[in-house]
Structures are given as C-alpha cells and as structure tokens.
Design a protein around this ligand. Sequence first.
Ligand SMILES: Nc1ncnc2c1ncn2[C@@H]1O[C@H](COP(=O)(O)OP(=O)(O)OP(=O)(O)O)[C@@H](O)[C@H]1O
Ligand SMILES: [Mg+2]
Length: 478
Amino acid sequence: MVTADAFNVSATAEDSNRDRYNMSGKIFVVDDEESMCNFMAIMLQKEGYEVEVSQSGRTAVDKIVSGGYDLVIADMMMPEMTGLELLTEVKATNPDQGFIVMTAFASVESAIEAMKLGASDYITKPFKIDEIKLIIDKVIFHNQIVDENKSLKKQLGKIENLEAFIGMSEPVLKLKELVKQVARVDSTVLLRGESGTGKDILTRAIHALSDRSSGPLITINCAAIPETLLESELFGHGKGAFTGAIRNKDGLFKVADGGTFFLDEIGNTSLAIQVKLLRVLEEKKITPVGETEQIPVDVRLICATNAELENDVDAGRFRADLFYRLNVIPIQIPPLRERIEDIPLLVDHFVESFCARHKLSGKIVLPEVYNFLAHYGWPGNVRELENTIERAVLMTKSDTLSSSSFPKRIIQGKPDGLVNNIDHKNPTLESIEKAYIHWVLEQTDGNKSKAARTLGIDASTLYRKLDKYKMGKEKVLK
Ligand SMILES: Nc1ncnc2c1ncn2[C@@H]1O[C@H](COP(=O)(O)OP(=O)(O)OP(=O)(O)O)[C@@H](O)[C@H]1O
Ligand SMILES: [Mg+2]
C-alpha cells in the first residue's frame, strides 16, 4: 500500500548532492499492484531513470534476464510468481544483477531470506520517497563502482608499466623517473595536473610498479558520488547505521586492503570525510559509519587533483593537516602545451591505435599536421588530442591525414594565445579577463574600438581596464 507520505517529496541536502551526479540507468519494477507500478514509474522517471514496469514476475523474468537493467525492484508477495522466486531465477543467470525487494512490514523475515539469496537490499512498505531514493542510489552506485573496478582490472592486465605513458620530452622523462622511484616506496602520493594530463594512467603505473601490484587497485572519484554515500562507500557501515543498513558492509578501503587506493578529485571531499582520511593515514585504521570499533587497513593512498588545493586550504575548504600529509610526494604532471615535443609521438600512437580499434588500414600523417597540432594550445591536454585524432581518423576516408581532416579552430591554433596567457597557477577571474583582453587585442591588431566592440564594452571601459592591469601599451596597442 502506498501512503500519502510516500508522495511527500522533501528537499534534502541529499538532493543537492544528487545534482552533482549525472543519475541515469534502467530500472525494472515488478509489483502486482498497478498503483504501485505507476507511482514508482513516475517517481523514478522524475529522478532521471528509465523505467519499465510489469505486474507479473512470470511475464517480466525473460526480459530481465536478457539483461541491461541496472536495477530490479520487485514486490515479495505476488500471486503468479513471488519476488523470491523471481530473484532466484534472475540470479541464476545474472548473479551480479542489482535487486531490491519490497515487502510489507510484517514479513521482514522473508526479506532477510531474499538478502541471503543475493538481493542487494530491501525496503518495507509503506516507505517514504527519501528512503527508497537512498536505497536505490546506494545499490546503483555500489554496482557502478564494482563495474568500474572490474574494467580497471582488465586494463591493468594490458598496461604493466610506464610504457603506456607516451612521451620522450625532458619533463616527461623526469616525470617517469620520479614515478619509478616513488612506486617503490610505500608513501602517499599526490598527483597534480590539469584535466587530461594522464593522472589515471600514472596511478595505474605506480600501482603496477609497486610491491602491491598483486593486490587490488581501487579507484573512486570523489566528485561523482554524493557525500552521504561516499562516506559509507569508503569506510563501510554497520548494521542499523541508517535506514536500509540491515547488515554490515565492508567499505572500499577494506576491499583495497593489501593494495592501492586511488582517490580522484580529492579536493571535492567534505571536511568530515577529510577527518576520516587523516585517520586512515595516521593510524591506518577506518571506522565504519555507525560503528565505534576501528578496523586496521593496509592501503597505499594515491590522490589526484586538478585544482590548486592550496587555495582550498586558504579558503578553509580543505584541511591544512591533511594537505600536508598528502603532499609528502607531489607529482606535478606538466600540461601538454609545455611539452609539445611529445605531440608527434602521441599523434602516431593514437593514429595507430584508433586505426586498429576501428579496423581501418593505417594512415599516413602529413608533416603540416604535426606542425599545426604542435601550435594549438590543447586546453584539454592529451585527452583532447586523443579525441581530436580519433575524430580525424574516423572522418577521413583517404589514407592520409592532412589539414582537411581537422577542425579550423585547431589548424588556426585558436585557444593558443588565450590559454597561454592565463595564469594557470592562479586562475582568478581577473587573470582570465586580462588574458582575454590581451587575446582580443591581438586578434584586432591592437585596434581598441574594434576590441571594445568584440568584448561588448565601451572603449572608455576598455581603457580603464588596460590602465588597471597595466597592460604594456607598446606591446599590443597601436
Ligand atoms: N602520456 C600519455 N600517453 C598516452 N595516452 C595518454 C597520455 N596521457 C593521457 N593519455 C590519455 O588521455 C586520456 C586522459 O588521461 P587521464 O584519464 O589519465 O587524465 P587525467 O589527468 O586523469 O584527467 P582528469 O583530471 O580529467 O581525470 C586517457 O584516455 C589517457 O589514456
Ligand atoms: Mg582522471
């Protein structure tokens, strides 16, 4: 039975966390009560899920087994086929299928039976929207993290060492040397670099080159998971710690025991989580949510950030003590524009691997291509170069990559001046405004009225800004 309460959607802190995460996935709801199916469909679609419903497990089972559903939510008491029977059939073929059972309060026993048979969780009817949302999020996030780590493990089989990190420039050779040394010692590493510079690749290399290589490498992106779930994912939870926590669950730190734990975008953790991380580093112990007893864990922590954590420390968003603990061995990965000698190597590598992946015969790269690719600023770093090459390979019918295979913006090196002029260490709004004014003046050959029009401001405002930023008149202005 659905109570009025269930329709009472309230805005919680969780909702705002959920906005940060791109919720998607396919959910199959099985309940013999039509009103329940309709309610769940509306509620879940509103949450961004694709939903299918069926009033009979018997009819639904083949479809569910054929796969592709991130989650099944099934009522326990159904006339043709009970939720338990449906669960058993589904799990026989898809042991990893996420499955939540719904049950009347009176039959919690059978829900526990369902958990023993492999259900991910249960909820008792009537429930509140917030309750079911939390349970669904938990199961879906958990499965996503498990999947992500499975695929990481597969990749790990292929990438054994630093060879996957292409580059022979001076800064890259130094970087590789540092990574090799660091991999051997067991201390915490902080990888710093703009987005797309290769922090993930280097993490895998550090793990593979370390004494922990036969242990697990667990990776979690702190920016992608709502805070309420992050804590129990990382540290686990005890029975009864919150609604739906009907048994103890190991956190990922426990799963990573004996291996390496990669915390990506560490700057996105809350102060509360930062305290717990500090304890992991100092005492090598974790405390599951809702528990008092500490559990010892043996993990090596690698953290990554593309932000200036020092600014977060100054602003009180990041604990200074944790920052200093993490920053014991900082590894700074230079942006691609500071190692353009590597571009030809990377281009050849990507052309070859995309031709192979898309089953195309090899393609020759004309010298003009290397030339303009070296002069484009690559704000998205190696990831942007990789995507650009994939697109060029797929769009070019002939066996030669020439300037006609690339977008004009890249050939003209558009973001170059703009990107290079931004102070990346301190990218304040002012520094970006200054770089942008400089770039527009370059584009207009120093013509201030034209520049002011492009900038959408009065010429007098432009003069004021030039004055304020003490921009060298002799250099850009005519
Ligand atoms: N030196 C390199 N050699 C080969 N491929 C690279 C190199 N650097 C990065 N890549 C490729 O570029 C893409 C982005 O790299 P990666 O995911 O490691 O970047 P990141 O620094 O973790 O970025 P983000 O901060 O956005 O998470 C990946 O597909 C990776 O394989
Ligand atoms: Mg990354």
